[in-house]
Design a protein around this ligand. Structure first.
Ligand SMILES: CC(C)(COP(=O)(O)OP(=O)(O)OC[C@H]1O[C@@H](n2cnc3c(N)ncnc32)[C@H](O)[C@@H]1OP(=O)(O)O)[C@@H](O)C(=O)NCCC(=O)NCCS
Length: 210
């Protein structure tokens, strides 16, 4: 029997990603949860507890496809690196209810949720999450392991650097650049570029932490 996908993660974000994969017609065989216990199933998928199962399923059961469904950008990046080094291929989980221009360039290991829209000539980096109902307009550059939370709206020609997290409902006006490893608070409105490594909140967004 054909092997399905191994989903790394078994929490709320993993539930959504398992259902995205199913909606694409992809079979999910196992979720991998943390070693310190937790639920035995994730939306009906058996959960194996402990990262050692990532290697075991690859080496002993010949699983080849994985999806890392972890909301934390840093942990997602770390576990994806581990999975790739063990020989997994990272698949994408893209809702059939997302609208993605044919000119968009997509990396690997990406999640795009229902209602998201990505417009012409944008590029989405490996391991990014474009969450429910977020819009990414034309010519945007979304970096590696970025999370664009639900209902964010990015105008045209916006750049978001690697590892950044845009909280729920952020808005960004055209041509702005958000640095690497930035956290933008929920509901922030970005009207000027944001440097690397800061937390910014509010309308308009102001830096509250370096
Ligand atoms: C920005 C954020 C990360 C800051 O969290 P934190 O580091 O715990 O910071 P605090 O809660 O201590 O807040 C620090 C200050 O910023 C203010 N603040 C925090 N978040 C804010 C926001 N979204 N908008 C405006 N002000 C905000 C707080 O009121 C506080 O102000 P004060 O110092 O005057 O009291 C968090 O509040 C946030 O907005 N997270 C987004 C989460 C999200 O959308 N996730 C998506 C999941 S799908």
């Amino acid at each position: 029997m054909k092997k399905g996908v191994v989903v790394v993660g078994a929490g709320g974000h993993a539930k959504v990603c398992v259902e995205l994969l199913r909606a694409m017609g992809v079979q999910v065989d196992y979720c991998i949860g943390s070693g310190d216990g937790g639920a035995e199933t994730c939306v009906g998928v058996p959960v194996l507890h402990g990262d050692e199962h990532i290697r075991r399923l690859r080496e002993e059961e010949n699983y080849q496809d994985a999806f890392v469904a972890i909301g934390s950008n840093r942990l997602r990046e770390k576990l994806a690196g581990k999975a790739v080094s063990q020989g997994y291929r990272l698949v994408n989980a893209i809702s059939p209810l997302a609208v993605i221009s044919p000119s968009v360039r997509l990396g690997g290991g990406i999640a795009i949720m229902a209602g998201a829209t990505i417009n012409a000539d944008s590029a989405i980096g490996d391991l990014a999450i474009i969450n429910t109902g977020a819009t990414v307009d034309h010519d945007c550059r979304i970096g590696r392991a970025v999370h664009i939370a639900p209902q964010c709206g990015l105008a045209g020609n916006v750049t978001v650097g690697d590892g950044s997290m845009l909280g729920i409902g952020c808005k960004v006006i055209p041509e702005q650049s958000i640095g690497n490893n930035v956290v933008l608070g929920a509901g922030s409105v970005v009207i000027a570029s944001i440097p690397d490594g800061v937390t910014a909140v509010g309308v308009p967004a102001r830096i509250i932490r370096q």
